[in-house]
Design a protein. Structure first.
Length: 470
């Protein structure tokens, strides 16, 4: 097949050469005489000549109109969408800015998100920001359909989509752009048409559902396609939920470039040591996931839950009476970083208890017995109440995940500060000579001065708290 175009070119060139040549009368007469001296051509050869000429002419026409001379506008809208799908599967990542306009109009602006979606073939991951200064919330969907999300620098969650919170499932569906699958569905279940465009470099293709299944989630799709590159520049999806209009989602191409397979996996966005919650999501992790998704500060009122201390007495540390705040130090007896903070914890307890700040040591390891917790308190000289939280009542209420990690709760039962005690540890195995930021003390001093806590969240460095007792 690859040699035919060259043969056709040779025929065309020979024909043009003959037409351009000057007519030589003498030579022409000689050729006529020579033909007259030749024997008569057989009947079959006379019949084959026009057929051969017609075949050559047809081949020339085919080469011109169906081969490399084909112009971009001669491709149908459906063929153009199919070509976009082919180009999208090339090894190149594309980043789309995602804008969502909810219905009805009165809901517009309730969720001011900056959303960027990276996609390559049938893979994608999303970066969401709730403001210019807020940290990004990164999530994606695995090849097996599971949803994964980054909770912080070292922790993430991965679970089947049906085990994630319902609101998250719905919004995940709205923000998802699996271009490869979507274009397949548009070609299979939609009527493809074309709208007039402003120039020759782009074409506007529309797709309207032709099946009941498609109408359940899509009202209309509008695709702006780069004709030369065959790239999807912009797409507007008018989305339905169970057949009712829900939102208009616009995807605008803003960046292209190489990427790594790691970007499409949860582990590619986590630092070591990492912890991944898999399978059925615990309630506290689910609460944190929803808060990260919606950009909600985790300062909502905590429930009035009771735990026991090492003497078996019931304690409600978050019912603080006339105290100005309650400080919970989450520790593990066998965590070196946790134990290294014992002197500073003792100093903070002694200094701030006199200023009406309640302090507690909390053991969240379900395997720690009252006797072990008591021995640990004696060894490190803790004088404040020591609480046992095997079912993670206080862990869930405050969102703690690390030991040592501290949570400060105000009289209105809101978490005012959660994170590290200070920045003594710059990283795992990296300890400064002395802290340069005393985050807990700064938060306590702000509360005592009647001011808002300037930095309410920091990342704690230490050992992960074990799973709760079932």
């Amino acid at each position: 097949m690859s040699e035919k175009p060259n043969e056709i070119d040779a025929l065309v060139q020979a024909h043009l050469t003959k037409q351009a040549a000057q007519v030589d009368g003498a030579a022409g007469l000689a050729r006529v005489q020579a033909v007259m001296r030749k024997p008569a051509v057989s009947r079959w050869r006379r019949l084959l000549r026009p057929i051969l000429a017609g075949s050559i002419a047809a081949a020339i026409v085919l080469a011109f109109f169906g081969g490399r001379y084909l112009g971009p506008t001669s491709v149908s809208a459906r063929e153009l969408v199919a070509e976009v799908k082919r180009v999208h599967n090339q090894p190149l990542a594309r980043c789309y800015l995602v804008e969502m306009k909810r219905q009805p109009e009165s809901d517009e602006g309730k969720s001011a998100r900056q959303v960027r979606l990276w996609t390559r073939g049938d893979r994608f991951w999303i970066e969401m920001r709730h403001s210019e200064t807020s940290p990004p919330f990164v999530w994606g969907r695995g090849d097996d359909g599971t949803l994964w999300a980054v909770l912080d620098a070292n922790r993430g969650v991965r679970a089947p989509i049906d085990q994630t919170p319902k609101p998250l499932q719905r919004l995940a569906d709205l923000y998802t752009l699996n271009v490869d699958t979507l274009l397949d569905e548009l070609l299979r279940d939609c009527t493809i048409a074309e709208e007039p465009s402003d120039g020759s470099l782009t074409r506007i293709v529309t797709a309207e559902p032709s099946t009941k299944r498609m109408r359940l989630w899509l009202e209309k799709a509008t695709l702006e396609i780069d004709v030369e590159a065959k790239v999807l520049r912009r797409m507007v999806l008018e989305r339905n939920i169970l057949g009712g209009r829900q939102a208009t989602v616009t995807f605008t191409l803003i960046e292209t470039g190489p990427d790594s397979d790691a970007d499409y996996r949860l582990e590619g966005h986590l630092a070591k040591p990492m912890r991944v919650y898999e399978g059925k999501i615990e309630p506290r992790v689910k609460l944190e996931l929803v808060a990260r998704w919606f950009g909600v500060r985790k300062d909502t009122p905590v429930r009035r839950e009771a735990v026991k201390d090492i003497d078996g007495k019931v304690q409600t540390p978050l019912d603080m009476g006339d105290k100005k705040a309650a400080v919970l130090f989450f520790l593990l007896p066998d965590c070196p970083i946790s134990n290294s903070y014992a002197p500073e914890i003792k100093r903070i307890c002694a200094e701030y208890e006199a200023k009406k700040i309640a302090t507690y040591i909390v053991h969240a390891d379900p395997d720690v017995t009252p006797e072990q917790a008591r021995k640990h308190a004696v060894e490190h000289g803790f004088k404040c109440p020591v609480l046992l939280d095997p079912t993670h009542v206080l862990v869930t209420a405050t969102g703690a995940t690390i030991a040592p990690e501290v949570a400060m709760v105000g009289p209105d039962r809101k978490v005012l500060y959660r994170g590290r005690i200070d920045d003594w540890y710059a990283g795992y195995g990296k300890r400064r000579v002395a802290p340069t930021q005393r985050d807990l003390r700064n938060a306590l001093d702000a509360i005592l001065a009647g001011k808002a806590v300037e930095t309410s969240r920091t990342e704690a460095i230490g050992c992960f708290l074990p799973e709760a007792k079932k």
